[in-house]
Structure formats: structure tokens, C-alpha cells
Design a protein around this ligand. Structure first.
Ligand SMILES: Nc1nc2c(c(=O)[nH]1)N[C@H]1C(S)=C(S)[C@@H](COP(=O)(O)O)O[C@H]1N2
Ligand SMILES: [Mo]
Length: 404
């Protein structure tokens, strides 16, 4: 326990240092008005990527500018990048091995990329990869951590092999409880805990949980986990471990920092159909499923439109895999709502494009609101569900525009 408190102190220090350095002035302004920092952030290039919104350098945290979300699948070279650790080796795919081990494994095994490709059925799935902390920069009061805008997410077609097929091949014992995943990246300083995430066995065996080598038909970009990463459709991106090198099937709950302390929310604050019970404590529980959400992608604050000229507003909506039932738009600050038109369905874990046409009939300032509802009837609220680390922001979005 004292160790854990030290980790927390260490992280707090790191967060403050980053904030003091690059983020603080812009973030401070963001809360003054309409999130200026999120609207006009610095764009910078990571090798192999298009210019993205830089939140921190070390570790690299870069978000995708919103206009890319007008496409159903986010281009690989515009896909956001999130790391907790600063030592990120470039992995040679020929030398890369995936080790499956742990006290609940029957036959400890190692796979090369070639054997994974050769010995297991290939599957592909469209899914949203969204950081649980996406939109943290919009939290009021401020929540500590990377001050993300709307772009710590992306939608892609992921292709690889089912994790469950691999686990069944190596065999696991009765009583297997969790499966823990480690990537090739490492902390720079010894006191930072290695990034290891754990799934309940039932989620690891879900036929949609995969070890992916490809994204949108191309090998994974280095910054998104080359040569292989975990893809956990419907769950927040924290579980989507990149540069995957070790899988441990365990008889006990994995108690590393990134499970027991980080990425947790107050118990009962958010809906999830099935609890991660082996990691649930008295007060809090790990983030798991994505909450229902939507985003306007072709309109932003301060845009101007012409009177009597039809506008086509576009956006996307997604959830934890139940499917989007409807998206509604309001032009009168939430007094009345009109259904938007849903676009193509790329599967229940993908986001769903939508559009809404209208013709402004009055000059002046206007507000546009968008709200998604999934097939469970879960919807977006107008009151933020506060939680200490600023996860799961899914407030109804408000965009202010002007008709001239
Ligand atoms: N190896 C490794 N995998 C990781 C992380 C990490 O720090 N190291 N961060 C996780 C978190 S919190 C997020 S949000 C996603 C981001 O995926 P991306 O960088 O491909 O966009 O990666 C996850 N996988
Ligand atoms: Mo994340």
C-alpha cells in the first residue's frame, strides 16, 4: 500500500509538471470561454503521422483533429496516439514473439507473427478505439490528466486472430480468472509502474476480442501498436494494449497500478451490463464499456452560415456495442428535438455516421445540440457524471454558430 501511494504522488507530480509546462496556459483559457484550447491547438508531426494535436511530448499524446471524423474510418496516419510510458521501442516484427504464460496456463507458449497468421482463423471487425479520458479537457471542475479535447478516439477496421482461439490452443486451468496483457514499451524511471492491463476471462474469450496486426487493411502504425495489439470492441481503449508481448492467464485478480488505482470510477456511476467483478472494490470499479456518445463533425463553435441557405450538419454516434437507435438534434437549446438521418451501419462496435439538414431562417446567434440514444435506451445527459479522473465524458454537445 505505501508503495501505491508513492506511485500516486509520482504521477501527481508528473501531471503538474506537464500542466505547468505546455498545457496550463491553454487549458486555463479553455475554461474562460468556449474551450479555445480545444478549438485552436498546436498541430505537430510524429514520424509517419499527419499533423495531430499535441497534448504532451513525453510520453507522446496526440489527438486527431475533428474533421477527420467526417470519414467513417479514421486514416491510420491521422489516428490518435496515447502512451503512459516514454520508452517506446521500434519492434522488429521478425524478432517479435508473443508469450502466453501465467499460473493458469496449461502449456506456456510462444508465437511469432508468422505462426499466429498461419495457425489461427483470420477475423476483421470495425470498432471505435476511444480513450476513457477523451474530452477530459472539458471537465469542470478540471480533472487531472492529459487535457484531451474530442479527438482521443478513432474508428477502424481491425484484423487479426481471436484471443479466445489462442487461449484455447494453449489451454487454461479451471479457476482461470483474469488475463493480463503487457506491451513492449517500458517506463523511463523505475518508480513508474509498467503498463499492464487485465481483462476478466469472459471478456478475453469474447469472440470479438482480437489480437490485431492490421488496421484499415494496413499493418498497424508503429504509434498504434505495431506489430500486434489487443482490440477489445465496446470497451475503453485502455485495455487495447499495444506492442503486445506477454499474455498472462491468472488464477487471481491482477493488482498492478493500472488496474488497482488508475482507470477506475465510482461504483454505480456508469452503466455496464456485466460487472468486472474480480476488480471491483468497495468504492470503485474499473472503467469498462464505452458510454453512448455523439459528436458533430462538420460544424464547430463560431462557424457562420448564410440566411436561407440549407446546411447539412454531419456527425457520428457510438456506444459500447449495443447499437445506435437514434440521434436527435435541437436548434432551440434543447426545447425540441428532431431525429437526424442515420448513415451506413458498419457493425455494432463501429461508430454510425448521421446527418441533419436545415435552413436557418433567423439571423444572429444559434446553438445546435446533438444527442444519441442506443438500443438499450441509454442516452447522453445534460449533467456531467463527475468522477475524480475525468472519464466517460458524454455530455450533450453544444455548438454555437452564427447566421449572417
Ligand atoms: N503498450 C501500451 N498500450 C496501450 C497504452 C500504453 O500506454 N502502452 N495506452 C492505452 C490507452 S490508455 C489508450 S487510450 C490506447 C490508445 O490507443 P492508440 O494510441 O492506438 O490510439 O492505447 C492503450 N494501449
Ligand atoms: Mo486511455
Amino acid at each position: 500500500m505505501p508503495q501505491r501511494r508513492d506511485f500516486l504522488k509520482g504521477l501527481g507530480g508528473a501531471t503538474l509538471a506537464l500542466a505547468g509546462d505546455a498545457l496550463m496556459p491553454r487549458v486555463a483559457r479553455a475554461f474562460g470561454g468556449e474551450h479555445d484550447a480545444l478549438a485552436a491547438p498546436p498541430l505537430e508531426v510524429l514520424p509517419g503521422k499527419r499533423p495531430l494535436i499535441r497534448r504532451t511530448y513525453r510520453p507522446p499524446n496526440f489527438e486527431t483533429p475533428i474533421h477527420y471524423f467526417n470519414e467513417v474510418f479514421t486514416p491510420n496516419d491521422a489516428f490518435f496516439v496515447r502512451y503512459h510510458l516514454a520508452n517506446i521501442p521500434r519492434v522488429d516484427s521478425k524478432l517479435w514473439r508473443l508469450r502466453v504464460e501465467g499460473d493458469a496456463v496449461k502449456n506456456v507458449s510462444e508465437f511469432s507473427l508468422e505462426t499466429l497468421r498461419r495457425d489461427f482463423e483470420r477475423v476483421e471487425i470495425a470498432a471505435v478505439n476511444q480513450c476513457a479520458g477523451n474530452r477530459r479537457g472539458l471537465f469542470e471542475p478540471r480533472a487531472p490528466g492529459v487535457q484531451w479535447g474530442h479527438g482521443a478516439m478513432g474508428n477502424a477496421r481491425w484484423s487479426g486472430v481471436r484471443l479466445g482461439d489462442v487461449l484455447r490452443r494453449v489451454g487454461f486451468k479451471n479457476g482461470a480468472l483474469e488475463v493480463a496483457f503487457d506491451g513492449a514499451d517500458a517506463p523511463l524511471v523505475a518508480k513508474t509502474p509498467d503498463f499492464i492491463k487485465s481483462l476478466p476471462l469472459w471478456k478475453a474469450l469474447d469472440e470479438d476480442t482480437i489480437i490485431a496486426f492490421e488496421m484499415n487493411g494496413e499493418p498497424l502504425p508503429h504509434w498504434n501498436g505495431y506489430p500486434a495489439r489487443l482490440v477489445v470492441p465496446g470497451w475503453t481503449a485502455t485495455y487495447w494494449v499495444k506492442h503486445l508481448v506477454s499474455i498472462r492467464v491468472g488464477l487471481k485478480p491482477y493488482d498492478g497500478f493500472w488496474m488497482s488505482t488508475a482507470y477506475r470510477v465510482p461504483k454505480g456511476a456508469f452503466l455496464a451490463t456485466r460487472e468486472f467483478s474480480s476488480q471491483t472494490g468497495e468504492a470503485n470499479t474499473p472503467v469498462t464499456e464505452l458510454v453512448v456518445n455523439s459528436l458533430l463533425t462538420n460544424v464547430k463553435d463560431h462557424d457562420e452560415f448564410l440566411l436561407h441557405r440549407q446546411i447539412e450538419v454531419k456527425g457520428i454516434a457510438w456506444d459500447g456495442g449495443y447499437g445506435i437507435q437514434k440521434v436527435e438534434v435541437s436548434k432551440d437549446d434543447g426545447r425540441s428535438w428532431t431525429p437526424a438521418e442515420l448513415g451506413g451501419d458498419h457493425g455494432r462496435y463501429s461508430w454510425r455516421p448521421w446527418s441533419f439538414r436545415f435552413t436557418p431562417l433567423e439571423k444572429g446567434k444559434h446553438v445546435l445540440l446533438a444527442k444519441a440514444t442506443n438500443r438499450n435506451g441509454d442516452t447522453q445527459g445534460s449533467k456531467l457524471i463527475l468522477n475524480p479522473a475525468g472519464y466517460h465524458h458524454n455530455l450533450v454537445q453544444r455548438v454555437r454558430f452564427k447566421v449572417v
